[in-house]
Design a protein around this ligand. Structure first.
Ligand code: NAD
Ligand code: LMR
Length: 328
C-alpha cells in the first residue's frame, strides 16, 4: 500500500458529491493499492447534511478510506491536497444557460484559488466541475498564480462520454467500440462535438454511420443540449453521469489515457489550433498518468468544423471579459 492520496471535494453534500465520494473511496481514481483521505468542503448551512454523508461513508467500511474531513474552511479542505475536485456551486435550473451562473458562481473560485495556492501540495491537480466550468477554472487558476497553469483543468469529459454514447447508439454498437470523438471549446451549447477523427470498431465513424446530415445536425445538437434535456426530464441537473465523468477525467490524469486514445479536457490554451493563449478551452488530450497532459496536435478542421470552433472560442473570450474583475 502506498501513502494515502488526499482528495478535496467541494460541494460534497450536493448531488454530484453524493455519487462521487463513494467511488473515490472505492479506489476508482488511484486504484486498489492507494488509500485515500477525503477532504470535504461545504458551506455552513450544508454542514449538517455533510455530516450525514460522512456517517454513510463510515457505514460503507471502505477498505481504502483513511479518513473523511468535513469543513466549511477551504484552507482545511485543501490542506496538502493531491487532487481538488471543485464541484461546489449552484447548478442551473430549467430555462437557464450555464453562463447565467457566471456572476453568482465565479466569486467562489476566487477564494478557492487563493486557498489552493496557500495550502495544497504544489503539484495538486485541480479539476473544475462547477458551472460554467471553463471560466470558473480560469478564475481559480488566476487566483493561484504560483501554481503551474498546467495543474488546472475543467471537465468536458461528460460531453465526451455523451458523444461516445450517441455515436455508439447510432451505429448500434457498444460504446466501448467507439474511440476519439473530440469536444472542442466550451462546456456550453456552443461546444463543437467533433466526429471527424472518431472511429467505430477501428473504422472512421463517418464511414460507419454514413449519414453526414445526422452527424452535422442531430449528433451535434444532442450532445450540446444533453445537459438541458436531463434538467427537463429530471428537474435536476445531471449528477450520476457528472460524477462518473469527473472520475474518468481524474483517472485519465493519474492513470493515463489508453494507448491510441485521447480524451477531451478544458485546459489552458497554449496557442494550439490558433486559440488565444490563456483561456480554458476543451481540446483532445493524451495523459501519461503522472498528472500531466498533452494537447493532441495537427488535426485538421474542414470549413464546417472551423466555423463551429470559432463560435465556441469566441464565447470563451466573451466569458473572460465578463469576469475580468475576478482575474488577478
Ligand atoms: P447541488 O446544488 O446538488 O450541490 C452543490 C453543492 O455545492 C451544495 O451542497 C452547496 O451547498 C455546495 N456549495 C455551494 N457553494 C459552495 C462553496 N462556496 N463551497 C463549497 N460548497 C459549496 O449541485 P450539483 O448537482 O452537485 O452540481 C454542482 C455543480 O456542478 C453545478 O454548478 C452544476 O451546474 C455543475 N455540473 C457540471 C457538469 C460538467 O459537466 N462540467 C456536470 C454536471 C453539473
Ligand atoms: C451537464 O452538462 O449536464 C451539466 O453541465 C449541468 C447543466 O447545467 O447542463
Amino acid at each position: 500500500m502506498s501513502e494515502p492520496k488526499r482528495v478535496a471535494v467541494t460541494g460534497a453534500a450536493g448531488q454530484i458529491g453524493y455519487s462521487l465520494l463513494p467511488r473515490i473511496a472505492a479506489g476508482e481514481i488511484f486504484g486498489p493499492e492507494t488509500p485515500v483521505i477525503l477532504q470535504c468542503l461545504e458551506i455552513p448551512p450544508a454542514l449538517g447534511a455533510l455530516k450525514g454523508v460522512a456517517m454513510e461513508m463510515d457505514d460503507c467500511a471502505f477498505p481504502l478510506l483513511r479518513g473523511v474531513v468535513c469543513t466549511d474552511d477551504p484552507k482545511e479542505a485543501f490542506k496538502d491536497a493531491d487532487l481538488a475536485l471543485l464541484v461546489g456551486s449552484k447548478p442551473r435550473g430549467k430555462g437557464m444557460e450555464r453562463a447565467d451562473l457566471i456572476r453568482e458562481n465565479g466569486p467562489i473560485f476566487v477564494s478557492q484559488g487563493q486557498a489552493l495556492q496557500a495550502v495544497a501540495k504544489s503539484d495538486v491537480r485541480v479539476v473544475v466541475v462547477g458551472n460554467p466550468c471553463n471560466t470558473n477554472c480560469l478564475i481559480a487558476m488566476h487566483n493561484a498564480p504560483e501554481l503551474p497553469k498546467r495543474n488546472f483543468s475543467a471537465m468536458t469529459q461528460l460531453d465526451h462520454n455523451r458523444a461516445l454514447a450517441q455515436l455508439a447508439g447510432r451505429a448500434k454498437v457498444h460504446s466501448s467500440h467507439v474511440r476519439n470523438p473530440i469536444i472542442w471549446g466550451n462546456h456550453s451549447n456552443t461546444q463543437f462535438p467533433d466526429w471527424n477523427f472518431a472511429t467505430i470498431g477501428g473504422k472512421p465513424a463517418q464511414e460507419v454511420i454514413g449519414d453526414v446530415e445526422w452527424l452535422r445536425g442531430d449528433f451535434i445538437s444532442t450532445v450540446q443540449e444533453r445537459g438541458k434535456a436531463i434538467i427537463e426530464a429530471r428537474g435536476l441537473s445531471s449528477a450520476m453521469s457528472a460524477a462518473n465523468a469527473a472520475l474518468d477525467h481524474a483517472r485519465c490524469l493519474f492513470k493515463g489515457t489508453p494507448e491510441g486514445s485521447w480524451t477531451s479536457m478544458a485546459v489552458c490554451s497554449d496557442g494550439s489550433y490558433g486559440v488565444p493563449e490563456g483561456i480554458m478551452c476543451s481540446f483532445p488530450v493524451t495523459c501519461r498518468g503522472d498528472g500531466s497532459y498533452e494537447i493532441v496536435q495537427d488535426l485538421k478542421f474542414d470549413d464546417f468544423g472551423k466555423a463551429k470552433f470559432e463560435i465556441t472560442v469566441n464565447e470563451l473570450l466573451g466569458e473572460r471579459e465578463t469576469v475580468a474583475d475576478l482575474l488577478k
